[in-house]
Design a protein around this ligand. Structure first.
Ligand code: ADP
Length: 651
């Protein structure tokens, strides 16, 4: 303690002063045997300077407590200006400020010679504040004197003591804080992490009892050695870098069992006033429940993401303001972008320019009202093509009724849309196609009737035959159309039945060609037989397929009337019929599509090539029902070859 040092210092100074007095004594006794003690206190210049030199306020009193001497330091610290305390009573000088010594009878033991020195701290109240004086008094008894003198040093320790008290207070508060805290706290010192302080909470978690102070942490908790903790502590101790952990699992051994708990904690370097690291403090919180809950949440989030990524639908999420926060895998596959790229762009850039403005305005309305939204829109894919989607957006609402995000599910409906378009086109065509033959039949019948109405016209002179021929061909068109539509509905109702017979495919092809060339004399059909092919099949249905192939071959060859038909063995089990033309050909992209219901190649002018997009669909259905295959080879502008196969040993 500082004041002890000070007392020591003072005592040394006092001893020195005593020596001086002794020296003085012996010199005066040498000079005169009649020396008296009065002479002694008449200090000469030298002695006075010695006492003035002392760094402590100092008074010399006689035994009546009258001031014999006051050094400079005293005058500076306590003295009243223009007042010389010499000769006055101690309790009366300097505004009676030393009355406290009287009231507390501090000097009594000296005066009564019960002791020859006093070292005491005096506490007293002055103008409402507590003050402290550090007082050292020493009785100087001179051998020849009947009276002694009192050497009194007084120091005002108020500020110092206040600072000390403050420190003690804050130390106490700090201790209380540490020990009463629910957080787990410990202070460890030195490289071996000796436990200096550990509060109740941390001791409970450690489970090693109350007497852990003074021991190394690693000795108290050997189980943490294998969990990488010593390295963490030593690193903080070495580098001064704090270490912060969130929900870190740590196992503590309790009654021979390792118990896993999760902690948020900080290891902080502990520095002394010189900034040197002396240890490490630990502040931790047991967050096991929260960590387990978070684990569960993370697990279900992972599962949710997995599920969402697994879905073929495009799932996206936005914040309450409509800014994208998530896109599932299906979205990334569709756009060919990474999640980061997707999130950095605004979603409206993926929408077809024709719908963009409308969609954005509907979304803004949705964000304003909080109502779910459903709309159809075209979205750009990785090739830059726009495909129709049905998008449904719904708000996610928390327990306070606030919208926390928006979830959108977009389903591609391009095929449905196309189908819809094809259906619409088909209906338009049907009504158009029906109208033409019916109007024309009606026209010819009316013509014949009007000719017959002219009384004089005899029947031989009437152009009955060509008109009837025209009526017949239009009726054929109608019948074909009606039977195709009937077949269509049979297929849809799954009511198409096959009448299986064994017949020669070569013969059937020849018959069909004969019929066709009978009515169309200007066409040129070549047949190539490569095999004897007897098949078990529905003769009429197979005939329908061949007629459809040949009719198409003629229809889609505006500049050629040549068709080649080949009957051949595809392999030992299958026979095939192919029909080749030299017409407009089919783009590779369309070659799979044309077998779909109502599918017509859009570039082909509907007016130029009449049809409904049913023929190949029916052909495909018929061949599939025979367990055969149907396919096309074609080059745009050069012609096409349609082929179907049938199994030879069909049961
Ligand atoms: P359609 O009544 O329209 O001819 P199909 O089902 O028979 O219906 O054919 C579907 C589409 O396939 C046709 O609209 C046409 O665009 C194309 N197509 C069929 N056969 C040929 C062919 N030989 N050459 C070129 N295009 C063809």
């Amino acid at each position: 303690m500082d004041y002890k040092l000070r007392i020591q210092q003072l005592e040394n100074e006092l001893a020195e002063a005593k020596n001086r007095i002794k020296e003085l004594e012996s010199s005066t006794s040498r000079e005169s045997s009649n020396t008296n003690y009065k002479a002694l206190i008449e200090f000469n210049q030298m002695e006075k300077s010695v006492l003035d030199f002392i760094h402590c306020p100092l008074l010399i009193l006689d035994q009546d407590l009258k001031v014999v001497f006051a050094n400079n330091k005293y005058q500076q610290a306590f003295g009243k200006e223009n007042e010389d305390p010499k000769g006055k009573n101690l309790f009366e000088i300097d505004n009676n400020q030393w009355e406290v010594l009287q009231s507390q009878k501090v000097l009594e033991p000296l005066i009564s010679s019960a002791t020859d020195s006093i070292h005491q701290e005096i506490k007293f109240e002055k103008t409402g504040t507590t003050n402290f004086l550090s007082l050292n008094a020493h009785l100087i008894s001179l051998d020849d004197a009947d009276k002694g003198y009192i050497l009194l040093s007084i120091e005002d320790n108020t500020e110092k003591r206040k600072a000390e008290l403050k420190l003690e207070d804050s130390e106490q508060k700090y201790k209380e804080l540490v020990h009463s805290s629910n957080s787990l706290m410990a202070i460890l010192s030195g490289p071996d992490m000796i436990i200096e302080t550990a509060n109740k909470s941390i001791k409970k978690v450690w489970g090693k009892g109350n007497n852990v102070e003074g021991r190394s942490l690693f000795e108290v908790l050997p189980e943490i050695k294998k969990q990488g903790m010593p390295e963490l502590f030593r690193n903080v101790y070495k580098t001064g870098e704090p270490y912060i952990a969130k929900e870190r699992p740590i196992k503590h051994e309790k009654n021979g069992k390792l118990i896993l708990r999760y902690f948020d904690f900080i290891y902080q370097p502990q520095r002394n006033s010189r900034g040197e690291i002396e240890g490490v403090s630990v502040i931790a919180n047991d967050v096991t429940q929260q960590a387990l809950l978070n684990k569960k949440i993370r697990k279900s989030e992972r599962e949710f993401r997995h599920l969402v990524n697994f879905m073929p639908h495009k799932i996206g999420a936005t914040d309450p303001k409509g800014f994208a926060t998530f896109y599932n895998k299906s979205w990334l596959d569709y756009t060919g972008k990474t999640l980061e790229e997707m999130l950095s762009e605004h979603w409206d850039m993926l929408i077809h320019p024709s719908e963009r403005e409308e969609v954005v305005s509907q979304v803004q309305e949705m964000l304003k009202t909080g109502n779910p939204l459903e709309l159809e829109l075209r979205i750009k894919d990785k090739n830059g093509d726009y495909k129709w989607h049905l998008a449904r957006t719904t708000p996610i609402i928390d327990e306070d009724g606030e919208i926390t995000s928006w979830l959108t599910s977009s389903t591609e409906i391009q095929k449905l849309k196309e189908e819809e378009e094809r259906k619409e086109g088909f209906l338009k065509l049907v009504s158009h196609e029906l109208k033409t033959p019916v109007t024309s039949i009606k026209g010819y019948v009316q013509l014949l009737l009007s000719i017959m109405a002219k009384e004089k016209t005899d029947i031989e002179n009437m152009p009955v035959k060509p008109y009837l021929n025209r009526i017949e061909s239009q009726v054929d068109r109608l019948i074909r159309l009606i039977s195709e539509m009937l077949d269509l509905s049979r297929i849809e109702q799954n009511e198409m039945e096959l009448q299986l017979t064994t017949f020669d495919l070569n013969k059937q092809v020849e018959d069909i060609v004969e019929d066709l060339t009978y009515t169309n004399t200007d066409i040129q059909i070549e047949i190539e037989h490569e095999c004897e092919c007897k098949v078990m099949a529905d003769r009429d249905r197979i005939g329908q397929v061949i007629i459809n192939f040949v009719n198409n071959a003629l229809k889609y060859s505006p500049d050629s009337n040549r068709v080649e038909i080949k009957v051949f063995r595809e392999d030992e089990n299958n026979v095939a019929v192919s029909v080749r033309d030299f017409g407009i050909g089919i783009d590779e992209k369309e070659q799979q599509q044309i077998f779909k219901r109502f599918y017509r190649i859009s570039g082909n002018n509907d007016e130029t090539y009449a049809g409904f997009g049913i023929g190949l669909y029916l052909s495909n259905e018929i061949i599939e029902r025979h367990n055969g295959r149907i396919f096309v080879n074609s080059t745009l502008g050069e012609g096409s070859e349609f082929t179907f196969t049938l199994p030879l040993n069909q049961n």
